[in-house]
Design a protein around this ligand. Structure first.
Ligand code: C2E
Ligand code: CA
Ligand code: CA
Length: 266
């Protein structure tokens, strides 16, 4: 029943890709977008990914969905690059995809087809990756790295054996889970954890991204502690490509620029 729904969803264009902008913490420039899938079902309305992704994983539809998201978002990115906006694209992958032996070839094919430089593509993974077949996952990740695609560890701090994952897998960046963004007052547990993750990430030569930033205070904290980039409702919720283009690329919307802010203040 649900497998049929996925088939219909893809055929009838019920799936859509939304984009959440990511900004450089230091300059405020938009450096990339995270692609997030949306499902507008004709009867059920808007079905959140947290509801349907686990089912798609169980029914073995996840690679079909993730591949469709990757293709759609890479096409969009190629258009933005051609228009003069060299943004990075982050996509979310289920750990399941790492068990599929030909995913690296499919990624290479799509990048070639879209004439997109692999350094602009980043694949985000959650830590459950290790719960599946470790050797296969490692081989897939190494294949992606050889292609030049970047890999990010998503939701850092919430899963299993985070440090083991960081040690074993060739990640390029890590994203601090949004559950740590609350109560970032001096010496609070979250403040100490976030500060430590940023420091550790930098010592491991990883880019560190803060997620779920909703207030100026949270952004200020990330800036003070040299977090590389951030995303969250303070900048924007995930939005359609057309809206992103209008507001962030063509529009004269002023981004949060802490550098400008401190110049203004001086
Ligand atoms: P995620 O990768 O951690 O994505 C971030 C989620 O937090 C998104 O929820 C986003 O809308 C939400 N978010 C962003 N900024 C804020 C904020 O400031 N505050 C709060 N409270 N929330 C914020 P979304 O789009 O519902 O996605 C949920 C999860 O579903 C994602 O978590 C990701 O794990 C998964 N997902 C989404 N799209 C895909 C996809 O194409 N493939 C796969 N495999 N998983 C996906
Ligand atoms: Ca993500
Ligand atoms: Ca996340």
């Amino acid at each position: 029943m649900l497998a049929l729904s996925f088939e219909h969803a893809l055929k009838n264009q019920e799936l859509q890709v939304y984009y959440q902008p990511q900004a450089c913490t230091d300059t405020g420039e938009i450096v990339g977008v995270e692609a997030l899938v949306r499902w507008q079902h004709p009867y059920w309305g808007n079905v959140p990914p947290s509801d349907f992704i686990p089912i798609a994983e169980k029914l073995n539809w996840i690679w079909t969905i993730d591949k469709w998201v990757m293709k759609t978002a890479c096409q969009q990115m190629a258009d933005w690059h051609a228009a003069g906006y060299p943004l990075k694209l982050s996509i979310n992958w289920s750990a399941r995809n790492f068990q599929n032996p030909d995913v690296v070839d499919r990624v290479a094919e799509i990048l070639k087809q879209m004439q997109l430089d692999p350094v602009y593509l980043e694949i985000e993974l959650t830590e459950t990756i290790l719960l599946e077949d470790f050797q296969k996952a490692l081989a897939t990740m190494r294949g992606l790295c050889r292609l030049g695609v970047r890999v990010a560890l998503d939701d850092f701090g919430t899963g299993y054996s985070s440090f083991f994952n960081l040690k074993q897998f060739p990640f390029n960046s890590l994203k601090i889970d949004r559950s740590f963004m609350n109560n970032l007052y001096p010496n609070s547990k979250n403040a100490i954890i976030v500060k430590s993750i940023i420091e550790m990430g930098h010592l491991l030569h990883l880019d560190v991204v803060g997620e779920g930033v909703e207030t100026e205070e949270q952004l200020e904290f990330l800036h003070q502690h040299h977090c590389d980039a951030w995303q969250g409702y303070l900048l924007s919720a995930p939005i359609t490509a057309a809206y992103f283009m209008e507001v962030f690329l063509r529009g004269d919307r002023k981004f949060f620029s802490l550098r400008e802010k401190s110049l203004d203040a001086s």
